[in-house]
Ligand binder design. Sequence first.
Ligand code: UN1
Length: 507
Amino acid sequence: MDKQSVLAKLGIDTVTEGASHGSWLATTGPQIVSENPATGRPLGALAAARRPDGQLVLARALERFAEWRLRPAPRRAELVRRLGELLRRHQAALGELFSVEVGKIRSEGLAEVQEMIDICDFAVGLGRQLYGLTMPSERPRHRMFEQWHPLGPVGIITAFNVPGAVWAWNAAIAAVCGDVCLWKPSPLAPLSAVAIQELCHQAMHAEDADGVFCLLVGDADVGKWMAEEARIPLVSFTGSIAVGRSVGTTVAARLGRAILELGGNNAVTVLADAPLDLAVRGITFGAVGTTGQRCTSTRRVFADRRVAGALTERLVRAFASVRVGDPLEEGVLAGPLVSARAVERYEETLALVRQQGGEVLVGGQRLDRPGHFVAPTLVRAPRQASFPIAWDETFAPIVYLFEVESLEQALADQNAVTQGLSSAIFTDSLRAAERFLSAAGSDCGIANVNLGTSGAEIGGAFGGEKDTGGGREAGSDAWKAYMRRQTCTVNWGDELPLAQGVDFPLD
Ligand code: UN1
């Protein structure tokens, strides 16, 4: 698929600028080149935004915020509904652009746009559900309640692997909550961000809402500025644990808020009574989907020794049957990794796997063709305690298969790592499933029974514990992070009774 035709379908002639507050700004930073990972060839280039561009965009966003926060939430939601409509209209073209720019297969590109549409729909409904509670006051003739107000500009920093949906989880909710957004996408996916920003312009301009959605395509320094900038009360960061730790501490030092969605090291436990068909499909999709580059991708499998042999055999067959190739080609299930560096990391990881006693059962090498292709890889691993490589997340389709004696051992090993994003168990035992979901079970933000670790729906709150950062985005009550809570008490009587019965006589 030629880039020109994908962008043309989205109504974009040329891409040159990397920043927008509703209109494009002439940025002057170094060139950011977007590359098609399936060919290694450039797709386009634009001038990066720098700190001064950020300052300018923030100033305009703050002006918009002063007005936007006073529009009724259902009216704000109406504009998010329009954005959802535009995403529906351009679903195929935008999905293709995701495929061309980051290498996900067509179905996953389309699904990502679907996820953006879904969160817009969710946010539209939320526009009439930003509920606060009313509490009984202990004082006579007093009314006590809480209300939720818009927070201000939200900094959204996203990763290459989900070039649109993670922005949408944050931006659609933030906009309905009355906030304005400054988005720094991954420099590996700038064209996708530009295309989405263009749709934002179309949704917002006619209703005089430019500046609700702003874009800053820049390098790490722009992200650092967002973390430091006191006028950005909330920074939502998706990326590595190392960078997230630095963003989190920088934001905390100025007493700002951060939503951190960092690395996972997601495990599937397969018990002896597991429905094996489901387990094989769930593990294979979890490992190979998005070429192993989701934060929810399956990295570790703990198989009860009674079923390990049969499971291994079936996984070897499933992995070997996965067609790797051009992500837009029919029948291909795994596209390329995102960059040459990602292929190097895959190879470095496999060298350590072999050094540490892992046995590659299928895959284990890069493919001899242009672009950044690698084979989905299944590794038979020794005990996790003596296999340190399994404690780190490698963003590639590599799965470690461990044999365990019991559910207890699987749980202990699953939870032993520092990350805590997603987890799953395959079993027909109600008691085992409930044990897994109990307070003494999986310690992850996501815990599934008889389905894999990846592919969460937007209706739930998404995020994880421990080094995954503790943030929650998307559905459930994640919206509360994007607003400020105000507790209010109104005295409608003629006296001033004090709480807790304090007596304070004044003549
Ligand atoms: C991510 O990789 O950062 O649950 C998010 C999933 C997707 C989101 C992935 N809905 O796999």
